[in-house]
Design a protein around this ligand. Structure first.
Ligand SMILES: [Fe+2]
Length: 346
C-alpha cells in the first residue's frame, strides 16, 4: 500500500522530452511528455475507449492521439476529438497528474490533484548555493519494496558490514543510536568521537588525523531521505561543539519512488560544503557512492526475497527502532487516507 497524497520523484528532468513515454509510479501507468512550450504533462496511460496506452499513440502539438481510433486528448486529459458521431462522450477523459520540476527532478502528485501544493515538496537546504558542490548519479532500479530502502536509510549501523571499503569505521559497529520522531519523519543519529575517518571520507576531508563524525539518517514521509555526514577534527565535534573551520559536511539526498510493491526507482545526489567547482572530486564521489549503493542494492534485493519466503519469523533488534517507528506512522497515514477516500466515495 502507498501514500497517494504525496509528491514522488517521477524522473530526472532530462528524461522527459517531446517523445511519448510510459512510466510506472505506485503501480499506475502514466504517459509523460513535454508540451510545445516545454511544460510537463502526465496522463493516465490508457485511452478510455479500449485502454490502449496513449504512449503507444502519437503526439500532435499539445495533444495526444490514440493509436487505435484517434481519440485525441489535451494536456488536461480532456478528449477533444473522437471518431463516429461528431460529438465527444462526456466521460471521454483521462486522469491528469500534477507534475512539477525542482532540483533537476520531476515530481509527481499521485493523489487528489486539488490537494497538490508544490510548497510541500521536500526542502533542500543549500541547493543552488554556489558555495556548495553537487554530484549526481543515474537513477537506480531496485528489485525490492521501497520501504526496505527507507529502513536502510534509517540504519546507520549497516555501513559497518555493507560498506567496509567506504563508509565503515570501527565506531560504526556499536556506538549507540539516538532516535527522534519529527512531524514529517524520523531521524536516527549519533556522534562518534575521536576515530580514524572511514576510507571514503579520508580521501576528502581537509584535515589530518582523527575525526569526530556525525551520522544523521533522516527519512521523511512517504520515502525521502537526508543522510547528513559531518566530519570535524577530533575534539571539535559533538552536539554542542562549535564546529571547526575545516568541518566537512556532506548532505546526501535519496528519493525512493515505488514502481510497484516489489520494485523501486531510486534517485540520489550529494551536496558538499567544500571545493564546489572541483569536477574530479564530484566524479570521484559519484563513482564511490554508486559503488556503495550497488552494495545496498545487492543486499536489499536479497532481503526482499528472504522476507517474502520466510521459513521462520524474522526478529527485530534495538537498532531497528527508527525503522519501526517510521513504518508504523506511515501506515497510520495510509490508513487514514484510505478511510477518508472511502468516506468521500459514499
Ligand atoms: Fe548503505
Amino acid at each position: 500500500m502507498f501514500l497517494k497524497n504525496a509528491w514522488y520523484v517521477a524522473a530526472w528532468d532530462h528524461e522527459i522530452t517531446r517523445e511519448l513515454q510510459q512510466i510506472t509510479v505506485l503501480g499506475e501507468k502514466i504517459c509523460v511528455f513535454r508540451s510545445e512550450a516545454g511544460d510537463l504533462v502526465g496522463l493516465e496511460d490508457a485511452c478510455p475507449h479500449r485502454k490502449l496506452p496513449l504512449s503507444k499513440g502519437r503526439i500532435k502539438g499539445d495533444t495526444v492521439e490514440c493509436g487505435y481510433h484517434g481519440l485525441t486528448f489535451d494536456c488536461a486529459g480532456q478528449c477533444v476529438w473522437a471518431p463516429g458521431t461528431g460529438r465527444i462522450p462526456s466521460n471521454a477523459k483521462v486522469h491528469a497528474y500534477p507534475l512539477h520540476e525542482k532540483y533537476g527532478l520531476v515530481w509527481i502528485w499521485m493523489g487528489n490533484p486539488a490537494l497538490a501544493e508544490t510548497s510541500d515538496i521536500f526542502e533542500i537546504e543549500n541547493y543552488g548555493d554556489p558555495a556548495w558542490g553537487i554530484n549526481r548519479g543515474a537513477a537506480m532500479e531496485l528489485d525490492c519494496n521501497y520501504l526496505l530502502m527507507c529502513d536502510n536509510l534509517l540504519d546507520p549501523t549497516h555501513v559497518a558490514w555493507v560498506h567496509q571499503s567506504s563508509f565503515a569505521a570501527e565506531a560504526t559497529k556499536d556506538t549507540p543510536l539516538r532516535i527522534t520522531k519529527t512531524d514529517d519523519g524520523v531521524i536516527v543519529h549519533r556522534w562518534m568521537m575521536d576515530h580514524e575517518p572511514a576510507p571514503f571520507y579520508k580521501k576528502i576531508v581537509e584535515f589530518e588525523g582523527n575525526c569526530d563524525r556525525l551520522q544523521h539518517y533522516e527519512v521523511r514521509y512517504p520515502s525521502h531521505a537526508l543522510i547528513k555526514a559531518v566530519f570535524t577534527p577530533a575534539g571539535t565535534g559533538g552536539p554542542d561543539g562549535p564546529l571547526h573551520e575545516k568541518t566537512f559536511v556532506m548532505d546526501s539526498y535519496n528519493f525512493m519512488t515505488p514502481t510497484n510493491e516489489g520494485q523501486t526507482r531510486y534517485y540520489w545526489f550529494q551536496l558538499r560544503n567544500i571545493r564546489p567547482h572541483d569536477e574530479a572530486l564530484s566524479e570521484m564521489m559519484t563513482a564511490d557512492v554508486q559503488h556503495a549503493f550497488d552494495e545496498d542494492r545487492d543486499v536489499l534485493n536479497e532481503i526482499q526475497k528472504g522476507m517474502s519466503n520466510k521459513r521462520s519469523p524474522h526478529i527485530d533488534l534495538p537498532i531497528d527502532g527508527g525503522q519501526l517507528r517510521f513504518r508504523r506512522q506511515l501506515q497510520a497515514m495510509i490508513n487514514e487516507e484510505q478511510q477518508v477516500d472511502r468516506q468521500m466515495a459514499e
